[in-house]
Design a protein around this ligand. Sequence first.
Ligand code: PLP
Length: 462
Amino acid sequence: MAKTVAEGFFTDKRLKEAKKLIQEALKEHQSKITGVKAADEGLKESYTELLKKVADYRGGALFYNYLGSGIGHGPLVELADGSVKYDFITGIGVHYMGHSHPGVIEAQIDGAVSNTVMNGHLQQNLDTARLLELLSTQACKNGAEVKNVFLTTSGAMANENAFKIILQKRTPASRFFAFEKCFAGRTLGMAWVTDKAAYRQGLPKTIDVDYIPFYDANDHQGSIDRAVYAMKKSITRFPGGHAGFCMELIQGENGSWVGHKDFFEALIKVCQENSISVFIDEVQTFARTNKLFTFQYFGLDKHADVVAIGKNSQVCATFFKDDHKPKPGLMSQTFTGSSSQIAASYYVINEIVNGDYMGEGGKIDKLHARFKSNLEKIAKKHPEKLSGPFGIGAMVAMSVFKGDEAKTKAFTFKLFENGVLSFMAGGHPTARVRFLMPVLVTEEKHIDEVCSIIEKTLEAME
Ligand SMILES: Cc1ncc(COP(=O)(O)O)c(C=O)c1O
């Protein structure tokens, strides 16, 4: 069979040899990273200067004093001051494969030696074809119809595309439903969907959103009734005015609040009765429950009209049903993603789908169970300092100091100093500390070490 020049190049034995050498060097060097470590005295000064330079050039200090050195080992990451920390927030749920994962590095090298840095909608390489097939097949494997996949470069942009698709289909309806305290991204459009006033201060209104209270596990039927009532009331107030409902099935930025199948089905029924499209924002939840998509976890496959993913998927994408196909001209973008990103995305998603991560009793369930039981033990010992844990699968959260925002923030900074990366979510009086662990490389012993650092950090705080 005829071969392209590229096939000859990518299978050239010199390339294979070079990759082998890189892997050998990586293994040798990353084996020195074995656990949490304080900064090197000799690097402290230059690191402080580096942080100052970054703050000056980016127009503001970094949240944490975090500048990675460029290497890590599983869930451990080395910073440029020589310190080593557990990365249990993974760039807010992005580094699913941890740090310096050999398989991901190999995929990235394949991307890096291909002809262009970036792929775009006008010119993309063949790797995109296999990625689209993988994403589409996985999304539709239980009967969902969102087979069309449009790649993009951020979660917010994947959401923008979802909104545009729905608004065009449902025109002249222009309003959206979303859940109270949801997060949808930071573009001009998404800033008006995200339910946080501070994130849109001074920005002109771009979209009308009616907020529906989220599910309350302590009041199952009551919260369903209240949400359905709020939706119906709003539909009566704006007849024919709603185009779509943007649903985060597990609220991530708000602190891992988990919804319920009955709750979503009740709201989706109202959507269907009123020609309102169901949009599921999976930017944060993708690959975090024991199903690849959280709409699969809740069994909502048949109801999804449009879905967005990002973060763990390494590339971002909007999925849509045939009946939501946009008209020519509505969507395009220069970039779909970098060549390395697209290759890494294929590798990571394949690994998730074919490894032992998903399904009941899979790795995600096991990691969750271990994290939960460790945190429960700490909560029992220190009920005034820790409550929870909350969340599901690889989205774990806890409350410290009864959800006090200032103390929660202080705790996350202390935890960072002590060697664990976490992040604050939500706000007073329900602020939480959350963890998005690197599932591919986390083992139970890592969770035990992280929990022991959590406990020591809490004990040292008043
Ligand atoms: C649910 C959800 N949607 C959208 C976004 C926006 O993604 P990005 O930051 O990649 O634009 C986020 C980011 O945290 C998110 O959690």
